[in-house]
Design a protein around this ligand. Structure first.
Ligand code: ZN
Length: 600
């Protein structure tokens, strides 16, 4: 039995944003020793090449220097040697995202995939990690879900993990953060807030407690024995990454409630709670049970699966729905948020070019690498996936008169696959769902996942007591929501952003008036009908024209002035509105987790 691989990480050189890392192990084999850094982070489907941030790699064997060379973009190999090996290197850490590593004089953060080299062939062995305190860090503490192997709670010292894959699934926050602890169903939960902030942390913890309880109840148990929300609060940022017993979140400090803030939750705060709910739900859906394509993760290359719609789309479906079921969001506001999702999908032509399965498979080169044409070419397996999950859930509920729902499918997947060595095969997800439903769901999945059709929600929603309308946008900023009437409006078929020189076309939609006129994404419109225009005055200027009329557009493409003719067109009915129908709808109340008058 070989001794464990031991990692040491020190934040001493924080002004240079460098973590000093070493790997120590006993090497007795005949084969040369190879170490590598993953090329991607599980949960974020893009090859990111973490090895590009590694400098100054040196190796010793039994205290004597030994040669170590790069053999490809992310692997290093030692010259033949046997004995006690130590490899040292530094990692540049100035990535504020939740996927990499950060270090300055105020805080540190790392994901193992960015800092700890794996030892090829020994990935299944347990590892130890010494997180070292440096001078001048007396008020710094350590927050991580990584099991302690001697370190005191929240302290520097020795931690460990059962395998390399486990090691890189425990992000670590370092610094003088705010820490709160709360219990859910007997399990310790930790809320860690870093960054400059004045937040009512107790209120955030109380809301998270309700959301977490709803999720544990849904699955009938949790796959972890403790859980950590690691939140980095900044002026402008958004992101989250799921892990087995924690999540790293990046959010705007102003989105969280200030001490003494109004009782009502703001839309921005609900977005934060939705993000936290999303990542927490992933502890089951993609962590406890996951695609066979990720079992185990191949950390050297892309891992292809057509199932991302199920792992991201269904998680996106439940994130807000569970806010309703836990009582932090009311049904009317939930429908408002759902109408934004419907509107976002309908505005782009991506839904006519990619199916959900294709969008899942090509995430690595398409969704994660959007360009100016993304809204015409790409379907989001998050938003469209969440709507497909809604369609599936409603189909299950309606067919069984409320006896079977998507909750049952999720529980079945958790029961069958959690803790097993086996991932879910590409066809298997649908087979489990069909078995739970007690009928063949293949025709439904063909429609939801493999065809470019619109989803059947326009038929389904009224049957459970929800009215759906499709209407014109009332303004440039109209994201969706029910409106009894909307004034007719012209629309050029582009996403507009304010620009110092005029109005920037962030996206130009296929078959819209802007495209027909010859405008392209990136163009800056400076005048409409011979008058200077800015974003705030855009609609007011167009109000004086009628469909079919033409007007002159002046715009810059790079430094070249264009003079084009734009034909006015009515806005398309691409904005969704949803509202609750009056009366008692037991299927609806059951779905939303609300008390039904019929049941009462
Ligand atoms: Zn997700």
């Amino acid at each position: 039995m070989k001794s464990s691989v031991l990692y040491r990480i020190s934040p001493a050189r924080r002004h240079a944003h460098l973590f000093d890392v070493s790997v120590q192990l006993e090497h007795e084999g005949e084969q040369p020793l190879t170490l590598y850094l993953p090329v991607w982070t599980p949960g974020s489907y893009l090859v990111r090449e973490f090895a590009r941030l590694v400098y100054e790699v040196r190796a010793r064997c039994d205290g004597q220097p030994v040669a170590i060379d790069k053999i490809d973009k992310h692997r290093w190999q030692l010259a033949p040697c046997r004995g006690q090996v130590e490899v040292e290197y530094e990692v540049y850490a100035y990535d504020l995202s939740v996927r990499g590593a950060w270090l300055d004089q105020f805080r540190g953060f790392f994901n193992g995939n960015a800092v700890f080299m794996a030892v090829e062939g020994r990935e299944q062995q347990a590892v130890l990690v010494d997180i070292c305190r440096a001078e001048g860090m007396d008020d710094w503490r350590v927050a991580t879900g990584m099991p302690r192997r001697g370190a005191a709670a929240l302290e520097f010292g020795r931690y460990g993990a059962d395998s390399y894959e486990a090691l890189i699934d425990y992000p670590v926050e370092l610094g003088p953060f705010t820490h709160l602890q709360f219990e859910v169903e007997g399990i310790d939960h930790h809320l860690v807030l870093s960054g400059r902030q004045r937040v009512d942390a107790a209120r955030v913890a109380a809301d998270l407690q309700r959301v977490c309880a709803a999720q544990i109840r849904l699955f009938g148990g949790a796959p972890f024995s403790e859980y950590w929300f690691l939140c980095n609060l900044v002026g402008d940022g958004y992101g989250g990454l799921e892990h087995r017993n924690s999540t790293a979140l990046l959010c705007n400090r102003d989105d969280l409630p200030a001490p003494g803030a109004a009782e009502e939750r703001s839309d921005d705060y609900l977005t934060f709670l939705g993000l936290a709910s999303h990542e927490y739900f992933h502890s089951w859906n993609v962590k406890a049970f996951r695609p066979a394509a990720f079992t185990p993760y191949n950390l050297h290359q892309e891992n292809y699966t057509r199932l991302l719609w199920a792992f991201e789309g269904i998680t996106s479906y439940y994130d807000d729905l569970l806010l309703v079921r836990s009582g932090v969001l009311d049904a009317a506001r939930y429908l408002e948020r759902l109408s934004h999702t419907l509107t976002g999908v309908r505005r782009g032509a991506g839904r006519l070019r990619q199916t959900l399965e294709q969008a899942s498979f090509d995430a690595w080169i398409k969704y994660y690498r959007p360009d100016e044409n993304a809204s015409n070419a790409l379907l989001s397996y998050y938003t469209q996936g969440s709507l497909a999950a809604l369609a599936l859930d409603l189909d299950l509920r309606q067919h069984s008169e409320g006896q079977v729902s998507l909750d049952d499918v999720m529980r079945a997947l958790y029961r069958e696959f959690a803790g097993s060595e086996r991932g879910i095969g590409e066809q298997e997800w649908e087979q489990v769902a069909s078995r739970v439903a007690g009928r063949d769901l293949r025709p439904l999945f063909d429609r939801l996942l493999r065809r470019l059709d619109d989803l059947p929600l326009a038929q389904q929603l009224p049957q459970i007591g929800i009215e759906l309308q499709w209407r014109q946008a009332a303004s440039l900023d109209d994201k969706g929501g029910w409106k009894d009437s909307v004034r007719p409006r012209l629309d050029v078929g582009a996403r507009l952003e304010a620009d110092a020189a005029g109005v920037r076309l962030a996206a130009v939609y296929d078959d819209g008036a802007a495209q027909a006129a010859g405008l392209a994404a990136g163009d800056i419109v400076i005048a409409l009908g011979g008058l200077r225009v800015n974003r705030a005055g855009w609609d007011k200027l167009l109000e004086r024209y009628a469909p079919g009329e033409t007007l002159t557009v002046h715009a810059f493409r790079r430094d070249e002035l264009l003079c084009l003719t734009l034909e006015c067109r009515s806005a398309l009915p691409q904005v969704a509105g949803l509202r609750l129908q009056a009366g008692d709808w037991p299927l609806r109340e059951d779905w939303l987790g609300l008390p039904s008058a019929a049941k009462a």
